[in-house]
Design a protein around this ligand. Sequence first.
Ligand code: CO
Length: 137
Amino acid sequence: MLLTQIDHVAIAVHDLEKAINYYRTAFGAEVAHRETVERDGVEEALLQVGESYLQLTTGTRPDSPISTFLERHGEGMHHIGYRVDDCAAALEAVVAAGGRAIDQTPRPGSRGTTVAFVHPKGSFGTLIELVQENTQD
Ligand code: CO
């Protein structure tokens, strides 16, 4: 099995502060990591859930993929991030199985990870992110 863990479930929201406060009030959730990825036009907050994260994410500009998603679908689940040991190998395997790569080769993600996205079409309607954690020192 190439997927070793659910890394994160990502939920697109209009107002990041409001969403964080909701999870804090309802469940006592704490923000474990927060990051703006300018290249992708997204801001995200990671809330630790066991060994995984709930990722609340919003767009930072109108042309960002999250802004486009919010405009088309409204708030809700955006993608699932699966942890893998080797992002390139997992991407190759999913493409060989008929998946449609959005990223042709792995690229830098947030938290210093290496990631690749696979299109919902060909993956039963779910946008998949393959997440390889790199050892940080
Ligand atoms: Co993600």
